[in-house]
Design a protein around this ligand. Structure first.
Ligand SMILES: [Zn+2]
Length: 127
């Protein structure tokens, strides 16, 4: 499945209202023009910090769409544990660039606290 097909598929899902509510996504401001979302790879458990630049990575939604802006990113881990799974994140935002819905495949969301804890575990030499 190509990226365009994947993107269209997500958009359809979004329109059908299957996306999770915004309250479920912890987004961290990262400087004036970027946000960070923390996820964990479902296959290998690697915690990954995803930085999204609001200036050039976020696009305006088409007229009539439920959101004002959207961004989607393909996420890949470090490959350190031979996991090369691709994960996909899509965020939809309102006019104030607040995330109103999201979709994430191949990974689970982490809060910043969970991310720090998972990172310590991931980098621990005993595991
Ligand atoms: Zn992985």
């Amino acid at each position: 499945m190509g990226f365009a097909d994947w993107a269209r598929g997500l958009f359809r899902q979004g329109r059908q209202g299957n996306a999770a509510p915004a309250a479920a996504i912890p987004v961290t401001q990262d400087g004036a023009d970027a946000i960070k979302v923390f996820v964990r790879c479902r296959r290998c458990g690697e915690p990954i910090s995803v930085r999204i630049r609001l200036t050039d990575e976020v696009g305006e939604a088409e007229e009539g769409a439920a959101c004002a802006y959207w961004v989607q990113k393909e996420i890949s881990g470090s490959g350190r544990r031979r996991c090369f799974q691709r994960m996909h994140l899509r965020l939809e935002m309102d006019r104030d660039r607040q995330v109103v819905r999201y979709e994430l495949t191949g990974a689970d969301l982490l809060t910043p606290e969970e991310y720090r804890r998972e990172l310590a575990r991931w980098e621990s030499p005993t595991q």
